[in-house]
Design a protein around this ligand. Structure first.
Ligand code: PLP
Length: 366
């Protein structure tokens, strides 16, 4: 039976993506250079960015791209403001600490989107800040942050904006036309439905071309960019098959209708799960327009001793269904992600199995 992955990626892959993995290419051949060039063009097409931006692919999972973006491109001498409303934001603050990048951290309620007025007030009292750094879609709980409004604020104040758009890229439009947008990081195995092992940063060429001191060797995004511009090759061994699979996944994505189609399909999946679990009294933790389309956190109507989220995950796993426990400590809750090749039948199976488990518990309690 298919293992249905209701996770924030890597998700289920299509037959064509798995077939595209079946390719052996020499890493220093013209075919590899052509594939890389083509992939960079495809990603730019998904982004709908103009030629002021360049796509810089990088080996490794999404965090590698976030760390490469931050260590290579953030202003070196003036502080950045890291906006944190969840675990992925915390991760960006940690990257700053590890690399001793000048920064401030502004933390806010993980159940709410970043508040633009609060950010504006903070900037009023911290005139030295020159960049905003944020997570576009906080996957930890499932919150969409107001990237567009923050770009407007940044434009007014002449700030640079750096976004971890990992589970938003390809799903939510990103305003590359904004003069404040400097770089966006994303990866193969989220909304584009590729396989893990490849990430990328879409960054302004003028920033990529500005000389600077490298802080790391393998995550040096400027060197990676210059490598591609210079001879079209990767500096270090590229994940050949993963690149081929992502290229195929993007073909499918564009053929199916791109961003609007994918957003619509995730919304439909979310609706089906929310409606299916409501009769069990299992409801979303976050509702409203900032509730993220890629992942929803649900609260269990039981004490941990009766049915914990981790026991529920275990029980579902034995039926080949994968969900993740929540990242909200104080609530008995779990996350259902909509990334990947999931069908209405997969969702109905999730609801049926969950209904069986919950009804059994209720019978025991009665
Ligand atoms: C998935 C994800 C990442 C990257 O995590 P990896 O484990 O390195 O792939 C970063 N930020 C967000 C918001 C994510 O959803």
């Amino acid at each position: 039976m298919k293992t249905a992955l209701f996770t924030p990626g890597p998700g289920n892959t299509s037959d064509s993506v798995r077939a595209a993995l079946n390719c052996d290419l020499g890493t220093r051949t013209p075919q590899m250079m052509a594939l890389t060039k083509h992939l960079r063009k495809q990603i730019a097409e998904v982004a709908r960015c103009n030629d002021d931006f360049s796509v810089v692919p990088l080996q490794g999972s999404g965090t590698f791209a976030v760390e490469a973006m931050m260590t290579s491109l953030l202003p070196a001498k003036t502080p950045s403001l890291i906006l944190v409303n969840g675990p992925y934001g915390e991760r960006m603050a940690e990257i700053c600490r590890i690399h001793a990048l000048p920064h401030y951290v502004l933390r806010s309620d993980p159940l709410q989107p970043i508040n633009v007025v609060t950010v504006a007030d903070y900037l009023e009292s911290h005139n030295d800040i020159t960049a905003l750094v944020l997570v576009h879609l906080e996957t930890g709980i499932g919150i969409t942050n107001p990237l567009e409004e923050l770009l407007v604020l940044a434009e007014q104040r002449g700030l640079h904006v750096f976004s971890d758009s990992m589970s938003a890229f390809g799903l939510l439009p990103i305003k590359f036309a904004s003069s404040s947008l400097s770089a966006v990081a994303a990866s193969s195995n989220k909304v584009l439905h590729g396989v893990p092992g490849l990430s990328f940063v879409i960054a302004r060429r003028d920033i990529l071309e500005k000389p600077g001191t490298a802080r790391t060797l393998s995550l040096d995004l400027k060197a990676q960019y210059h490598g591609f511009q210079h001879d079209g090759m990767w500096r270090f061994t590229p994940p050949v098959q993963v690149i081929s699979a992502l290229s195929s996944a993007i073909d499918d994505y564009l053929l199916q209708g791109g961003q609007t189609t994918r957003l619509e399909s995730y919304k439909q999946r979310a609706r089906r799960v929310i409606d299916g679990l409501a009769p069990l009294d299992i409801r979303p933790l976050v509702t409203g327009s900032h509730s993220a389309p890629a992942i929803v956190t649900f609260v269990l109507p039981f004490d941990e001793q009766v049915l914990s989220a981790s026991l529920l995950s275990e029980r579902l796993l034995s039926s080949n269904i994968v969900i993740y426990p929540s990242r909200v400590a104080e609530k008995n809750s779990f996350r259902v992600g909509f990334i990947g090749e999931l069908t209405a039948e997969d969702i109905d199976r999730l609801i049926t199995v969950m209904t069986d488990i919950v009804c059994e518990i209720r019978r025991q309690l009665a």
